[in-house]
Design a protein. Sequence first.
Length: 254
Amino acid sequence: MPITTHAELAGIKKISEAVAITLKEMREYARPGMTAKALDDFGGSILKNFGANSAPKLSYNFPGWTCISTNNEVAHGIPSENKILQEGDLVNIDVSAELEGFWSDNGGSFVLGEDINNHNVLVKASKSILFNAIRQIKGGVKIADIGRFIEMEAKKSGYRVIRNLTGHGVGRSLHEEPYDIACYYDKSNVKRFRKNSIVAVETFISTKSTNAIEISDGWTLAGQNGGFVAQHEHTIMVTDSEPIILTEANQIWN
């Protein structure tokens, strides 16, 4: 979405704050022994208080207000009663929503409680790679070059990237052009970031897999070779210098 008026900027800032605060408060609320549904219902109540509508429900009739993935799940995890959060779990929460015609998206992986399964190294790598990738984005930068940076930084840390999940444009709908802000170098992608555009940039840093495949529930994605994936995501506004991070209230880098 290109920002052309002060009203548009105010609208995208408002929904970005809503999804960011929802993500932060859900992360802080999560406890071992809690069901994913209880955590999701908590997040849904926060979105409701903002007057925001869950994007997964609105767009896809998803069975949850947010996506909550655990351990070997990569993305789009169903927040069910049967999913019990455990000490040391690798948890990913993805919150996207609509408010007054504007949409925003953010997400983050974290270790629940004590890191008994040694997932924090992966989580920290994902956070660091996203932080440094976003700092390089400005109007005119090739989207493929950001993908190359993410992929190379992942390799330096001993990881892979998921190649069939990408960041995307956002603003007047959940997914807009450019649809292909990938985590790897795609030489066929000649698009560039445009000043004043709104995009959701995300990492998918993986221990074993390079593609995500749908499992039997029809929603959840897992790696084709197993392993674990950490994801972090911000919605940003591209400028002619460092971008404006619209979802910074999620504090995923803290």
